[in-house]
Design a protein around this ligand. Structure first.
Ligand code: NAP
Ligand code: ZN
Length: 359
């Protein structure tokens, strides 16, 4: 793997972490020429996902420094490769977690390229040309058009940006659990952060009764009044958790830190399903009794395929679902990452990369 090839001629201004202190500083680097299958995107906004925090701090032990994070990207197309038919100059587009996949395996052929075992991500991945991928904390991006989606006209580019990761990561398991077509289910969302808050909005838009399970009592009013949740359980309050036993059909766990799934499983009805999308750096505890006494299932889900990502964007356009964001300038990225680590954000930081907002 390399940082660049002779084809990397375009100079880009970005922001990178250089070591596991996780501190972000300006970073000038090169991107490839716009190839026949590529589009070049002037980045407008980029969300700060908790995965960015895991990467800059090397929580998962896989970070290649310097790392330019960012996989919740919205922007405008400035160049279009000759093979690209579905995008044109000036289109409002989004890029999420995926940068490349093998294009040949059963998953790539079946619009589930997110499960290709050669999947490469928008940052900290290895692109087809052997170079390390750099993400959306940068003013320009070159992306293969197969990993780019359209942003519906009615969605603002800042509040739509986190849909590209947070949105698709919760949409995909909801679709998988038939929550789009069968309303009236009892759905639990564990962790009211970036992923969790958009999950609440989607589950409500799809007609379900939603219970938030949170460690933060201070989020209860917002969860109910602004996001539309029906119930709120404080997970550290044993009495509240006891009252919620066997009440939910499906739960999405978005928690970013180590925790036990036992008390969460107890909230599921018999035969219920818990989908884990949060990715703590240490194994979560999975006690067997709540599993076997309730015939419950636990499964995982990783972002979504590209067809599904476009579908999610269109569904959000139809229901007017956007994220609640705190917009920041790039010089406040470190402060935002510190606050995200302290669980102090409502509910997603988004970087105004192009400087187009009044901040
Ligand atoms: P986030 O905004 O920080 O939200 C995480 C939430 O988890 C917090 O708001 C908090 O909610 C809860 N939480 C934090 N620490 C906790 C603890 N010690 N015990 C219990 N709950 C705790 O993060 P995010 O961006 O939504 O991402 C969440 C996780 O999903 C991260 O691990 C991220 O890497 C992962 N992720 C996975 C995928 C995928 O494809 N599967 C995609 C994107 C992100 P309360 O205050 O309500 O308790
Ligand atoms: Zn993410």
């Amino acid at each position: 793997m390399a940082l660049e090839t002779p084809n990397h001629t375009q100079t880009v201004a970005g922001w990178a972490a250089y070591d596991s202190s996780g501190k972000i500083a300006p970073y000038i680097f090169k991107r490839r020429e716009n190839g026949v299958n590529d589009v070049t995107i002037q980045v407008m906004y980029c969300g700060i996902c908790h995965t960015d925090l895991h990467h800059v701090k090397d929580d998962w032990g896989i970070t290649m420094y310097p790392v330019v994070p960012g996989h919740e990207i919205t922007g405008v197309i400035t160049k279009v490769g000759s093979n690209v038919k579905n995008f044109k100059l000036g289109d409002r587009v989004g890029v999420g977690c995926l940068a490349a996949s093998c294009l040949e395996c059963e998953f790539c052929k079946n619009s589930q390229e997110n499960y290709c075992d050669q999947i490469q991500f928008t940052y900290n991945g290895i692109f087809w040309d052997g170079t390390i991928t750099y993400g959306g904390y940068s003013d320009m991006l070159v992306a293969d058009h197969r990993y780019v989606v359209h942003v519906p006209d009615n969605l603002p580019m800042d509040a739509a940006a986190p849909l590209l990761c947070a949105g698709i990561t919760v949409f995909s398991p909801m679709k998988d659990c038939q929550l789009l077509e069968s309303p009236g289910k009892k759905v639990g969302i564990v962790g009211l952060g970036g992923l969790g808050h958009v999950a609440v909005k989607m589950a409500k838009a799809f007609g379900h009764q939603v219970t938030v399970i949170s460690t933060s009592p201070s989020k209860e009013n917002e969860a109910k009044q602004r996001l539309g949740a029906d119930y709120f359980l404080v997970s550290t309050d044993a009495k509240q958790m006891q009252r919620g036993k066997r009440s939910l059909d499906i739960i999405l766990d978005t928690v970013s830190a180590k925790h036990s799934l036992g008390p969460i499983l107890e909230l599921l009805k018999v035969n219920g399903t818990l989908v884990v999308v949060g990715a703590p750096d240490r194994p979560i505890e999975l006690p067997s009794f709540p599993l076997i006494f309730g015939k419950r299932a636990v499964k995982g889900s990783m972002t979504g395929g590209m067809k599904e990502t476009q579908e999610m964007m269109d569904v959000c356009g139809k229901h007017n679902i956007t994220c609640d964001v705190e917009l920041i300038k790039p010089d406040k990225i470190n402060e935002a990452l510190d606050r995200l680590a302290r669980n102090d954000v409502r509910y997603r930081f988004v970087i105004d990369i192009a400087g187009t907002s009044k901040l």
